[in-house]
Design a protein around this ligand. Structure first.
Ligand SMILES: Nc1ncnc2c1ncn2[C@@H]1O[C@H](COP(=O)(O)OP(=O)(O)OP(=O)(O)O)[C@@H](O)[C@H]1O
Ligand SMILES: [Mg+2]
Length: 260
């Protein structure tokens, strides 16, 4: 029997809250637990490629999406990079930004391009993660339509809820229009500093507000300087400092993902 990857989009339209960091380190934690993982980068900033140590990439997400839209054949390994972290990656570059308009013009075909691509590769991985950009356009819409579930990383800061409401509305729209089985795996608190006043009370408020309909991961990913140092070295925190609290947090998060 052919397996099919679990496809997880890591999404939040707010910038700099830890989407890419979650994508890379959760993927690494799952890889260490024996799963075959890949990342598709849907963010023109290309941070996932950089964080996995790649510079000057050639074939990118943009090329793949264009080929899919043109109904050209794509081989399984087209554009896929194999990182030293043993995570596969389809990288992005700033050129991907231009695809927002192209995908918009293509209407339905432009919304389902990523889903079609994933159909080609989904039997070769256990988990495919989609690293989303910090805006809710057609690239994010593609990620929501292609996914089985979403992880919503967020910071434990005052007043984060307005953006969250907008994001949940977008997720519900994707579910209603194109992807009825789309699940919210959970809200993940990233970059948590428990010494900061109010952090725990904000987390508790969010847990209470969504307790009947959205899971909030038990794992809190702590703020640790080594996390960004690792990214600068093109490594996951799990490789860079396996004993770091943040590495342990990503391994715990992987367990929450595996056991649903
Ligand atoms: N747990 C953490 N501890 C310390 N630094 C962190 C942690 N999580 C994220 N960071 C740092 O915060 C910055 C933003 O994180 P990241 O790039 O993952 O956010 P993002 O949501 O993907 O941003 P963008 O929206 O621009 O794509 C990075 O420099 C990253 O190294
Ligand atoms: Mg990012």
């Amino acid at each position: 029997m052919n397996k099919k990857a679990s496809v997880i989009s890591v999404v939040n339209q707010k910038g700099g809250i830890g989407k890419t960091t979650t994508t890379i380190n959760l993927c690494k934690a799952l890889q260490e637990k024996g799963f075959k993982t890949a990342i598709i980068e849907m963010d023109p900033q290309g941070n996932a490629a950089t964080a996995l140590g790649f510079k000057n990439v050639e074939i990118t997400t943009k090329d793949v999406l264009i080929r899919i839209c043109m109904e050209e054949e794509i081989s399984l390994d087209y554009g896929i990079l194999h990182s030293t972290e043993e995570i596969d990656l389809l990288p992005a570059t700033p050129e991907l930004a231009g695809m927002e308009y192209v995908l918009y013009e293509l209407k339905e075909k432009g919304r389902t391009a990523l889903k079609k691509y994933i159909k080609i590769m989904e039997t070769h991985y256990d988990y495919i993660f989609i690293d989303c950009p910090p805006f809710l356009g057609l690239l994010s819409a593609n990620a929501l339509i292609a996914a089985d579930s979403v992880i919503i990383p967020m910071l434990a800061e005052p007043l984060p809820t307005q953006g969250l409401q907008q994001l949940l509305k977008t997720i519900l729209e994707a579910r209603k229009k194109s992807n009825p089985n789309l699940k919210i795996a959970g809200i993940l608190f990233m970059n948590v500093d428990l010494r900061t006043a109010n952090t725990l009370s904000i987390i508790e408020q969010i847990r209470a507000a969504y307790k009947n309909n959205i899971y909030v991961f038990k794992t809190l990913v702590p703020r640790r300087i080594a996390v960004s140092e690792a990214q600068g070295m093109g490594k996951s925190i799990l490789t860079y400092e396996p004993k770091n609290d943040a590495s342990k947090a990503f391994l715990e998060l992987a367990e929450e993902i595996i056991h649903g």
